[in-house]
Unconditional design. Structure first.
Length: 249
């Protein structure tokens, strides 16, 4: 009996982890492309596709479209891997790994040079400070990050530059029930840059795509589609001119 319980727990745990893994895999992440430049260590590649080396070593730096968090690794031939989602503890504020604010294009947080992390808490790269920072503008990064060990890192050098594969504006509402969305869903669209990125659309459940009506049974019910609310409670569906003995069950 105990063995059966253990097996059941193991199966349920495996199903949960597998499902959780699928959820993570479905999170939209866009890869960065191109090269940054440091006067002290040279070019830093953000994607193996830069030199068609993905068949040998598959790597890239990505940004999660939902929360703006960086992930993955960049590569320097002179210094090795640079981790864009390093574990804490971080050397100073902000207390987080590299992150992009889509609404402003500003970056913040930390990356880390892997080969230096075991040397007296070294290797940290700060994405922005009081008078500098890396900024995303129309799908192209600009500005500098800073490292105490290697100095300034230029995200828009003359013969390189880091590109976000697609940068999308905020979602804009199109209307309730617009194809292919259901009546209770708001169709949303947004434009994406740089040139060549396709516009995106989604169907989002929205309170503005629901309204209340009085049913034949004098109940206040929620109905799909935009409209004016007729009631807020069931009592609103009983005409006030009725006398109490005229109101049926």
């Amino acid at each position: 009996m105990i063995k059966i319980k253990i097996k059941i727990i193991f199966i349920l745990t495996a199903v949960f982890l597998f499902g959780f893994g699928l959820y993570l895999a479905q999170a939209a992440e866009n890869s960065l492309e191109g090269y940054a430049w440091s006067e002290n260590i040279g070019w830093i590649s953000f994607n193996c596709s830069n030199n068609n080396s993905c068949a040998v070593v598959d790597y890239s730096v990505k940004i999660n479209e939902a929360n703006g968090k960086f992930s993955g690794y960049a590569w320097s031939e002179n210094l090795g891997w640079i981790d864009f989602s390093p574990n804490p503890s971080y050397p100073a504020q902000p207390n987080k790994s590299a992150e992009l604010d889509f609404s402003t294009g500003q970056t913040s947080g930390w990356a880390r040079i892997v080969s230096l992390k075991d040397y007296s808490d070294s290797g940290w790269i700060k994405m922005s400070g009081s008078n500098y920072g890396v900024v995303l503008n129309s799908g192209i990064f600009d500005g500098f990050a800073w490292s105490d060990e290697i100095g300034w890192i230029d995200f828009s050098p003359q013969y390189g530059g880091i590109r976000y594969s697609c940068f999308c504006n905020n979602w804009a509402n199109t209307g309730c029930g617009v194809s292919p969305c259901a009546l209770s869903e708001m169709k949303q669209t947004r434009d994406c840059t740089p040139a060549g990125c396709q516009a995106q659309e989604q169907c989002a459940v929205s309170a503005s795509c629901l309204h209340t009506e009085c049913s034949a049974d004098r109940l206040c019910v929620s109905m799909p589609g935009a409209g004016t609310d007729e009631c807020s409670t069931d009592s609103d569906c009983i005409p006030q001119k009725w006398l109490w003995w005229e109101i049926g069950p």
